[in-house]
Design a protein around this ligand. Structure first.
Ligand code: ZN
Length: 335
């Protein structure tokens, strides 16, 4: 079926058009105008309207690189439906290498926003009314918080059947089924739910080549699942992504130097040695951090120096793990 015209920010986009538009957002106190660049690829054939956005936190660069690579793919020449790509949602944070906005609020916590609220709420309101209200599906790209590195992973509410199918099609190295309304996941919980998922990889202010590659491959698989681009024959099957629900941050109960014994993505058995904290002035071991349950390491601190109470490693619980898992390793931070 032939596609219909689409209007974003008073601009009408006709079927077959590929445009870059600038969405006006609240201006700076210097009276400087600020815009969010948006790419719209509006296919000739009707289909889903998919938003792919990144840099909700201004210091998260991996998602920007994923969108750049996605937009250069020849596969999009035969697009059915519409791809709306927003490489930088948080322009203000990006200018300052910061995850927050000018008012120090977190844009991710500000949706759906309000016309008369804080600066963050007004920005979220513009994005909600001008862009997210036009979509049928949404994928939000993130990286971790400062001083944490994250395994490439998808977060999606499996209570929404289409969010679940998108996450399964994306097939990231790990998938977390979550009830969280974090950031744009609120779209999957509103009155007319919008299938939504988050892809999270690597660290802020860093480029993670593997995480970017996984992100582009996952997006292509999801576009195929949504029948926005042609399927390949014979279909290439991605490795099945382990799905987990409960995630826990393990904390250090002593201060010192921390040696990690497992890299991201390792599957460990209950009781496995994950990290050891030692006296920084001697050789005395102060604490062994053991896995309280079997699971996969999905994030960890990048700081080898820890204070009592610091988060060390995040483990996603798994009920069944392979026999080969949990092999003892040499320390991987330093020796
Ligand atoms: Zn983020």
């Amino acid at each position: 079926m032939k596609n219909k015209a689409l209007t974003i920010s008073n601009l009408t986009i006709h079927p077959g058009e590929k445009i870059a538009l600038a969405l006006p957002i609240p201006e700076l106190y210097t009276c400087a105008k600020v815009h969010i660049p948006i790419h719209v690829l509006h296919g000739k054939k009707q289909g889903p309207i998919l938003i792919v956005c990144s840099a909700m936190h201004g210091d998260e660069i991996n998602g920007i690189a994923i969108i750049q690579k996605l937009l250069n793919l020849h596969l999009l020449k035969s697009l059915s439906g519409t791809l709306i790509a927003i490489p930088v949602l948080n322009i203000h944070g990006m200018m300052m290498n910061n995850r927050s906005l000018l008012d120090r609020r977190d844009l991710e916590n500000s949706f759906p926003g309000s016309e008369s609220g804080s600066f963050a709420a007004r920005l979220a309101h513009v994005l909600t009314t001008e862009v997210f209200s036009k979509a049928t599906h949404c994928i939000d790209l993130h990286s971790s918080e400062p001083q944490i590195e994250r395994l490439s992973q998808v977060h999606a509410p499996f209570s929404n059947a289409e969010s679940r199918k998108m996450a399964e099609a994306f097939a990231a190295p790990a998938t977390i089924d979550t009830d969280s309304k974090r950031g744009l996941l609120w779209l999957a919980h509103k009155e007319n739910p919008l299938p939504t998922m988050i892809y999270d990889t690597g660290e802020p202010l860093r480029i993670d080549i593997d995480g970017i590659r996984e992100g582009v491959k996952g997006l292509v698989r999801t576009l195929r699942h949504l029948q926005m681009i042609p399927s390949v024959k014979p279909a290439t099957q991605a490795e099945e992504s382990p799905v987990m629900q409960k995630t826990t941050w393990l904390r250090s109960s002593s201060s010192g130097l921390c040696r990690f014994y497992h890299p991201l993505g390792d599957v460990i058995k209950k009781g496995a040695l994950i990290a050891r904290v030692s006296d920084p002035f001697g050789t005395k071991n102060k604490e062994e951090i053991l896995a309280p349950f079997s699971g996969m390491i999905i994030a960890k601190s990048t700081l080898p120096i820890v204070n009592e109470g610091d988060s060390i490693v995040q483990v996603a619980e798994m009920e069944e793990i392979k026999e080969a898992a949990g092999k003892p390793l040499h320390p991987i931070s330093f020796s």
